[in-house]
Design a protein around this ligand. Structure first.
Ligand code: SKM
Length: 507
């Protein structure tokens, strides 16, 4: 990578021939190195198998034979295992990996001088210890004579990843420091920025050697990790359903399109305030805010742009370059309302097609606020329906609309020309069979809009189409909000039409 970080594909095949086949695929997919996981071989004859692997290798290789007691599959004799690793070092392996407890045994068994570099590793499958504990561990590992240190922990919360970054910052030797699990994903994506020696990319989804590993394709095609270095600016989406977001795909492509040194990652966050406080010192540049944090994000910003303040929700937070302050914006409102207006034929002589129309909004969160506010601004009458009536009432009061219960929503017979907007995640992948509105009561509306964009046409929209109604997909809102957001991220005008075409191509 730009930061000198390698992309390594672990090979978990059960036979030597299959492992070599996978190595060739990994090579063609852009791997910088591979890890031969000897412990996954169903039959293993070190004297016969290791020479074949090393003669045939097309890439620098790590030789690993992980024992069961450290999370691997090898359950044979440890002395035999160490002899096999020493043999691999002698026959030209670039790296041999050994667990901390057995490091001195392997290092003393190696021929001197040895061309192979020794990776001394430690795995914690339970948690991520404190920075102090990790610091002690790293010193101990360094004292074994390791060439490279490898510390892999388990992230129980995204803030654990900060300890892992601190290991990279403090270590004197080349270091691999990663956190396993969904919450640890960003440790794998951001390691080039923090000086990590390598990151692992699996051959395919389901072929991970540790939980939370992205695939080599994701590392190459979505995050384009090889160009990431210490200067790369970090952006990302904060939310609870970020795994389904297309924002990483889009914003990383946008960076490429305009030649900007930025990396955009998913931040899977369960407590916004804790995350925001903990990550503040890392000087990340910008965030998209998604469900359910658009309101709490507004509270955490140093300043909020007046439009977003009036809406009461932000979906974009950018660190101002001049003073480092976080400024909140809302790009949802114009994106959604503009898409609905265009669905109704567009603004005519300065008059919005929403003027005097009833806009029924399902939900009362950040996206609902943006749409209700925008509709009111266009002269429409917002009607808010929500599972928690008190929240509907609060939003209705704030925008000058009316609140109704879900039962009232299902019985409503709105006047012709009315618009229905779903702002809840109901119907989103993987729950595509769900819908926030029974089909039988949809027929009264002229246009139905859904903020959900995965799938592009939700069940709600399919049923509306079947009834002959006009529909607007959340995909259109997604495109518009992302382009405006991107312009705020990079703090300059962007070629909007070009970016729109990029989005249509990649999605
Ligand atoms: O407001 C947007 C946000 O900026 C990005 C997003 C996503 O990536 O799914 C959805 C909306 O909440």
């Amino acid at each position: 990578c730009g930061g000198g970080c390698y992309i390594c594909v672990p090979l978990l095949a059960g036979s030597i021939s299959e492992m070599l086949r996978e190595m060739r695929i990994a090579h063609s997919k852009g791997a910088d190195m591979v890890e031969f996981r000897l412990d996954h071989l169903t039959e293993f004859e070190p004297q016969a198998d290791i020479p074949i692997l090393l003669q045939e290798k097309q890439l620098p290789a790590i030789i690993t034979c992980r024992p069961v007691w450290e999370g691997g599959k090898y359950n044979g004799d440890d002395d035999d295992r160490i002899s096999a690793l020493a043999l691999a070092a002698e026959l030209g392996a670039d790296f041999v990996d050994i667990e901390m407890q057995k490091a001195s045994e392997l290092i003393s068994a190696l021929q001197k001088p040895s061309r192979a570099k020794v990776i001394v590793s430690h795995h914690n499958f339970d948690c991520t210890p404190s920075s102090e504990e990790l610091g002690c561990l790293v010193s101990k590992m360094q004292s074994t004579g390791a060439d490279i240190i490898k510390v892999v922990t388990t992230a129980r919360s995204i803030t654990d990843v900060i300890h892992v970054f601190q290991v990279l910052g403090r270590s004197q030797a080349p270091t691999i420091a990663l956190a396993m699990g969904q919450q640890g994903l960003i440790s794998r994506l951001l390691t080039p920025k923090f000086g990590g020696f390598l990151t692992f990319g699996s051959m395919a989804s389901g072929r991970e050697s540790a939980p939370g590993q992205p695939t080599i394709e994701e590392l190459q095609d979505i995050y384009r990790l090889p160009r990431v270095g210490r200067e790369t600016e970090v952006f990302g989406i904060i939310g609870q359903l970020v795994g389904y977001s297309k924002s990483p795909l889009i914003h990383n492509r946008f960076f490429q399109e305009i030649g900007y040194d930025g990396l955009y990652v998913p931040f899977l966050v369960h407590n916004f305030k804790v995350f925001f406080g903990a990550f503040h010192p890392l000087n990340f540049t910008g965030f998209s805010i998604s469900i359910p944090y658009k309101e709490v994000a507004l509270e955490c910003c140093d300043e909020v742009e007046s439009f977003a303040k009036a809406i009461g929700a932000v979906n974009t937070v950018v660190r101002r370059r001049s003073d480092g302050k976080f400024i909140g914006y809302n790009t949802d409102c114009e994106a959604a309302v503009g898409a609905i207006e265009d669905g109704l034929g567009g603004v005519n002589d300065g008059v919005s097609p929403l003027f005097n129309k009833l806009v029924v909004v399902i939900g009362a969160g950040g996206a609902a606020k943006a749409i209700a506010f925008g509709a009111k601004q266009r002269g429409a009458h917002p009607l808010i329906a929500n599972r928690h009536y008190d929240r509907a009432q609060k939003l209705a009061e704030a925008v000058g609309g009316t609140a109704i219960t879900l039962d009232q929503l299902y019985e409503l017979q709105p006047s012709p020309g009315s618009v229905l907007a779903n702002t809840t995640p109901i119907g989103m992948f993987p729950n595509e069979n769900e819908t926030p509105m029974p089909k039988s009561v949809l027929k009264h509306y002229s246009l139905v809009f859904d903020v959900v964009y995965t799938p592009k046409v939700t069940r709600l929209l399919t049923e509306a189409e079947e009834l002959g109604l006009c529909v607007v997909s959340g995909f259109e809102m997604f495109i518009r909000q992302a382009i405006e957001q991107f312009s705020l991220f990079v703090a300059k005008p962007v070629p909007k039409q070009q970016l729109r075409e990029v989005m249509l191509n990649v999605m």
